[in-house]
Write a protein that binds this ligand. Structure first.
Ligand SMILES: Nc1ncnc2c1ncn2[C@@H]1O[C@H](COP(=O)(O)OP(=O)(O)OP(=O)(O)O)[C@@H](O)[C@H]1O
Length: 802
């Protein structure tokens, strides 16, 4: 078989025309064989269930040899029932448990039906096999390669990851294509030479998934391109007979082949299934403890989003559990995904953290455990996930982690789908808490903390968007504790939450500014393709994608170093307190303490700049908003304290120097207080008066200087050929000393020769004020420097804080 795609292309084997008599004799023999084969196929009794082995089936020599060479001898139940129907050309709705051999149930008929039609490369595309994920497409292609090795068909894999042009060049010559819907549609729309009018067979593996919402548009468009007269085969472990789906695919009286319909369980009998009830904040403890006690196993852990995959993987990797860790999600590059699936397949003991991108169809050999850290969205997803173990007569175990609020609903849903799971308990003496470790790690490693924040938000979001509210009750989840269990200093803000949950998180630390747009989506999307198209990737997403490949960009380094530098500074001061302080930054205004102020106002101008930059990058919006309010800033300032200095120049609180007896002798406390206030008031008034007089004198001096300059200027102007130099007195000029302005009283204003003063320009005025205004203004001939960047703004605000 000639191949295109990931496998090495062997080139086309073109059947040459018989030139000699020997050739024509061979051709005649082949024809007779084919006639005989056709007759045997027509004679198949589809109800008889008569074929136990492939050798006994009416199959062509190349297929039979391919199966034998791949060590497939006896048929599985689904193969026994589906293959005969398919060989006879019926449309099929095939349903059988996971790991029961559905792939061969459609690949054998594909090869056979094209063979019996004498299909050659000149006939174009004969069969199209659609898979929901790239990994599954690759796997199907591999099986096709193995059992089709003696055929002369050309087969291709079209899953993206290669240039369209490269694929396009070969596409026109393919007889069998395995593909993901998105990529296929792209070719159908854009590749002119792609001939599909001749298509004989359409296969949908994981048909229910391909027919669901995520792929609806692509699949409908693909089917539009296909000839109506064709054979269609649909397979899945959770097959549906939805009439609307059948109509969409124009199925003709399909045979419903459901071999395990009468079985008491929808999952393999060799699979042992349990669930543990674990509080959300204890999930990671339980998972960690589980992994630590199963270091010699091959474990697959499902979580609900790529962001959680990344966090759990990175966190556990740092903690070195003693078993190789791997991670897989839809946002990884194709090469990385392939490498990871290969690694996991080949490994004897390892732990793979993954999203539902590997939930369906993948045939990892000898997986011992499937752990569902996050509850699956429905019973079908559960069935596919656990189906990654206990495949083809092997034993396997599956454990579902359920939050108490999920238990009743999920167990009920599973029972309805004929899945029985037994509750087990975690051995408390083996349960380890990793909360402190995670907190330490997040504290020291801002990148991990960031991943944790993203993981938190994406988890909450995944629960929020679940349809089945009998299972997923966001209101009942202890989110604050959950965020702490991830090592986070506070629950990140969740913008999409309204009502109770929002309230419960209202007082949480506001350090992570996250929006619903940039949170992780579930990766159960078409081949991981559509997700990336639809979601908005923020600069942080891109940044962390890069860091995942161990490349720290300058920008990111600055960010991280800045953060670390701060952490270290504060760490020197007081470890326990600063853990919270460092996470809160200015954004949590009410709790900014002196340490935080210190951090915002580093003595070193270099670090000042770096910190300014970092702060601007991280939560500049919130800070900016805060800076706009002078009142709020003033609140941050500590109240003044009256201190008395002793002979050695050391400051003391007043009460420290007072002897209690002496104090009492002077009279009752209230009277003393009143007297003190009176005295202070009088002192202030005197000081105030002196200030006013000084200010008045200053202004007078200024006016006189100004007048003198004006007189001088007029003289100059007269001298310079009548050219006038007009100096307009300033309006609310920022050069004006704020204290002086405040000190001016009404009479002063009346006396002043200056025009009525406008409100002085505030540094924290709304940006909108500046829209359309030039950055530098010429006022009264004096050039006014305004803050140009947020850093300027911050530096000025820092001054105010100081
Ligand atoms: N006739 C057979 N003899 C021996 N092994 C077989 C046979 N058919 C399939 N297998 C093996 O059984 C395993 C599961 O097969 P397959 O991947 O086709 O299952 P499936 O029903 O498609 O599962 P899923 O529903 O998870 O996609 C594979 O490792 C495959 O090689």
């Amino acid at each position: 078989m000639a191949l295109l795609g990931t496998g090495p292309s062997k080139g086309l084997k073109v059947k040459s025309k018989p030139r000699s008599e020997a050739h024509s004799l061979k051709r005649k023999r082949d024809d007779e064989d084919l006639d005989g084969l056709n007759q045997r196929v027509q004679g198949i009794n589809v109800k008889g269930n008569e074929y136990e082995t492939f050798a006994s089936m009416p199959l062509s020599q190349p297929t039979a040899s391919g199966l034998e060479a791949s060590h497939y001898k006896t048929l599985t139940d689904i193969q026994k029932q589906a293959v005969p129907h398919a060989l006879k050309g019926s449309d099929i709705l095939g349903a059988a448990k996971t790991g029961s051999g559905k792939t061969l149930a459609f690949l054998v008929p594909v090869l056979e039906n094209l063979y019996r039609r004498r299909w050659t490369e000149l006939d174009g595309l004969g069969a199209l096999i659609l898979s929901p994920t790239r990994e599954l497409a690759i796997q199907i292609f591999e099986v096709l390669r193995k059992i089709g090795r003696y055929h002369t068909f050309s087969a291709g894999l079209v899953i993206g990851g290669k240039s369209l042009k490269e694929e396009r060049e070969r596409l026109g010559r393919m007889n069998i294509l395995v593909c993901t819907p998105g990529r296929m549609l792209q070719h159908m729309d854009q590749t002119a030479a792609f001939e599909i009018d001749n298509l004989q067979m359409l296969v949908l593996d994981e048909a229910d998934r391909i027919m669901d919402m995520g792929f609806q548009r692509d699949v409908d468009a693909i089917v539009e391109h296909l000839p109506k007269e064709r054979q269609t085969l649909l397979f899945s472990a959770t097959q549906t007979k939805k009439v609307s789906d059948l109509a969409r695919l124009s199925l003709r009286d399909p045979e419903y082949v459901a071999v395990h319909e009468a079985a008491t369980s929808a999952t393999p009998s060799t699979l042992q299934q349990n669930y543990v009830v674990t509080l959300l904040p204890e999930k990671l403890d339980t998972l960690w403890s589980f992994i630590r006690s199963n270091l010699k196993s091959k474990i697959l852990v499902f979580v609900s989003s790529g962001k959680q995959v990344r966090f759990v993987y990175e966190a556990f990797r740092h903690m070195q559990p003693g078993i190789p860790l791997l991670h897989l999600h839809g946002r990884q590059k194709q090469t990385a995904r392939l490498e990871i699936t290969n690694k996991f397949s080949a490994s004897k003991n390892s732990c793979l953290f993954a999203t539902d991108v590997v939930a369906r169809g993948l045939d990892f050999p000898a997986v011992d455990w499937v752990i569902q850290l996050d509850c699956p969205e429905d019973a079908d997803t559960y069935i596919h996930r656990v189906g990654r173990t206990a495949r083809y007569e092997r034993a396997g175990r599956a454990v579902l982690f359920l939050e108490p609020s999920e238990e009743e609903g999920m167990v009920k849903r599973l029972e309805q789908r004929k899945v029985t799971v037994e509750k087990i308990n975690v051995r408390q003496n083996k349960q380890q808490s990793i909360k402190n470790q995670l907190q330490n790690m997040c504290f020291k490693n801002p990148e991990l903390k960031y991943l944790g924040q993203k993981a938190f938000v994406s988890y909450v979001r995944s629960i929020h968007i679940q349809k089945d509210k009998e299972i997923f009750k966001l209101n009942e989840l202890p989110l604050e504790e959950f965020s702490a269990s991830l090592g986070l200093p506070g629950a990140p803000k969740i913008r999409f939450l309204k009502g109770d949950n929002a309230k419960s998180l209202k007082n949480a630390s506001r350090q992570a500014v996250t929006s619903s747009e940039d949170e992780g989506e579930r990766d159960t999307v078409p081949g991981g393709e559509s997700t990336s198209k639809k979601s908005t990737r923020t600069k942080y997403d891109r940044m962390f994608e890069r860091t995942n490949q161990d490349i720290l960009t300058d920008h990111y380094s600055r960010l991280v170093n800045g953060d670390q530098a701060q952490s270290e500074n504060i760490n020197d001061a007081d470890e326990s307190n600063d853990f919270l302080t460092v996470k809160r930054r200015l954004s949590d205004a009410s709790s900014v303490d002196s340490a935080a102020e210190e951090r915002l106002l580093p003595a070193n101008p270099e670090s000042d700049k770096a910190v300014g930059k970092m702060a601007v990058n991280v939560d500049s919006k919130r800070k900016e908003k805060l800076l706009k309010s002078k009142k709020k800033l003033l609140k941050l300032k500590k109240k003044g304290q009256k201190l008395v200095f002793d002979e050695n120049g050391n400051p003391h609180q007043i009460y420290e120097l007072e002897n209690e007896d002496q104090f009492k002798q002077r009279g009752p406390a209230d009277a003393q207080k009143a007297k003190f206030l009176e005295e202070e008031q009088a002192r202030l008034q005197t000081a105030d008066l002196a200030d006013k007089q000084a200010a008045k004198a200053k202004r007078k001096e200024k006016r006189e200087k100004l007048k003198a300059r004006e007189a001088e200027g007029a003289a100059d102007a007269n001298r310079e050929d009548g050219r006038q130099a007009v100096l307009v007195p300033f309006e609310g000029d920022v050069d004006e000393d704020l204290d002086t302005l405040d000190a001016r009283d009404e009479s002063d204003v009346g006396e002043s020769p200056e025009p009525v003063k406008k409100r002085p320009r505030k540094w924290f005025e709304d940006d909108a004020d500046d829209v359309g205004k030039p950055k530098r203004k010429q006022k009264g001939g004096i050039e006014v420097q305004e803050p140009e960047t947020l850093e300027d703004l911050e530096a000025m605000a820092s001054g105010l804080l100081g």
